[in-house]
Design a protein around this ligand. Structure first.
Ligand SMILES: [Zn+2]
Length: 145
């Protein structure tokens, strides 16, 4: 399938290298319960890429999404400024990040309007947004005293 056609104001086409990282990671996902395997990759300002996979648990509520694992790997390595995100699932149309992950991505986005989030599947379908579009008026540390 071809890429979706972005309209005026849509984010630019995605980052093929980042999308490839997400789809490589997807194969390592640990999702024996939902069978919904997710791979994510984040590109940080400076260009470094970190991958994540969803990791489920028999106690379902302990499961963690791929996007958060990718962000936490970046932060653990000292990279705190998010530039772009790619998420790879089998879903058609490709699945966007959940609300919890959107909030975590926002924490490390210096400019949410400049962070592109692209959802893909291994069959080449893709959708993309800015992070600002996915979590408008999101809560941030600026709200805290
Ligand atoms: Zn999530």
């Amino acid at each position: 399938m071809t890429a979706s056609h972005p309209g005026p104001g849509s984010p630019p086409p995605g980052d093929p290298a980042l999308e490839a990282h997400a789809c490589d990671a997807q194969r390592r996902a640990y999702a024996p319960y939902s069978k919904f395997q997710v791979g994510a990759a984040v590109r940080m300002v400076g260009g470094e890429i970190f991958d994540g996979i969803n990791v489920e648990n028999a106690s379902y509520g302990l499961s963690v999404c791929a996007e958060r694992i990718a962000v936490f790997a970046a932060v653990n390595a000292g990279a705190r400024q998010l530039a772009a995100v790619a998420v790879c699932t089998e879903a058609s149309p490709p699945a966007s990040p959940c609300g919890a992950c959107r909030q975590v991505l926002l924490e490390f986005a210096p400019d949410p309007a400049a962070v592109t989030v692209t959802a893909v599947n291994p069959r080449g379908e893709r959708r993309s947004w800015t992070l600002a579009a996915l979590i408008p008026d999101g809560f941030s540390g600026k709200e805290l005293p």
